[in-house]
Ligand binder design. Structure first.
Ligand code: ZN
Length: 304
């Protein structure tokens, strides 16, 4: 059931706000991943201008067969996410190598220690930010591939939640010290520190999209997904349905109505799509009742 929820997430697409990564940008990120510089594939990427994606993917998959340090595996998390964004040499290629690589990476260790999760999340944020000077484009890129990391493993999910929270913190100028997802009310405090009017007047549609999609993915994965038992058993909290849902619903409904009003006039298709996105990925979730008993059962893990 949880997998189904995840694959359903982007119910509406926003074609003009597009995830894209050029090979050159990908290469630049790899070359900055110092923990990987002793690898043959790193040297090859360095010396050749345009290596084949399949070759890079297979080489990195081979690296996973050896003993890796935390720094190395964390660097590979970044590589695997970006690899998904890299276009295939043949457009019609149906192989799933990069997806398999991503799954293998996030299943390499089952680390759930808060210090490790923090370290991995923070270093992924840092290395990805060097993709380009355009930070919002980097957020759009990661948002496109994060649903895959989310379902790859518990480690992948916890890191993904941390990344989404970090995006929202960044957009709302909230300072984060520990990169670990805590709970939805904490993220909600960040969101509501921005007024709907300032989003309408000052923010670009792309920036609004990042906020909305990050929040939608967070509530989908953290609190409207009954499959977070292992994370709860590892001591993490914040997987129950938040109590102040009315406040959230009102805020997003207000945002949706005002975006709708504005973009009916501007005739922006992206604006209209964003309106539908809020409806189907946030408001419809928040209005769901009683389907989530498993995650609201707070006492189970204390007995273990
Ligand atoms: Zn392929």
């Amino acid at each position: 059931m949880s997998d189904k929820i995840m694959t359903e997430v982007p119910q509406t697409h926003l074609p003009e706000i597009k995830a894209e990564l050029k090979y050159e940008q990908f290469r630049n990120v790899i070359l900055r991943l110092k923990p990987l510089e002793h690898l043959d594939i790193y040297q090859e990427v360095q010396s050749e201008e345009n290596l084949d994606k399949h070759k890079i993917c297979e080489s990195f998959r081979n690296v996973l067969k050896s003993d890796l340090s935390l720094e190395e595996i964390t660097s590979l998390y970044t590589v695997s996410l970006l690899m998904l964004l890299l276009s295939e040499s043949q457009d019609d290629c149906q192989c799933h190598r990069s997806l398999e690589f991503l799954n293998e990476c996030f299943n390499y260790t089952d680390t759930l220690k808060p210090t490790m999760i923090h370290y991995a999340t923070e270093s992924m944020l840092e290395s990805c930010k060097t993709v380009s000077g355009d930070e919002e484009q980097y957020f759009v890129n990661i948002l496109e591939v994060i649903p895959h990391a989310m379902v790859s493993s518990e480690t992948g999910k916890m890191i993904s939640l941390g990344l989404l929270r970090a995006f929202i913190a960044d957009l709302t100028n909230t300072k984060i010290i520990l990169h670990i997802y805590r709970n939805i009310p904490e993220v909600w405090q960040m969101v509501k520190s921005i007024t709907v009017d300032s989003i309408l007047e000052v923010w670009s549609l792309r920036r609004s999209y990042i906020l909305i999609k990050s929040f939608a993915l967070l509530i989908t994965a953290a609190t409207f997904n009954p499959n977070n038992l292992s994370l709860r058993q590892a001591g993490y909290r914040g997987f129950e349905k938040p109590l102040n849902i009315t406040e959230m619903t009102d805020w997003f409904k207000n945002l949706k109505d005002k975006l709708d009003e504005k973009h009916k006039i501007t005739k922006s298709k992206v604006g209209q799509t964003l309106v539908r996105y809020i409806d189907s990925n946030i408001l419809s979730l928040l209005s769901k009742n009683g389907t989530n008993e498993v995650t609201s059962n707070g006492g189970t893990e204390t007995a273990a």
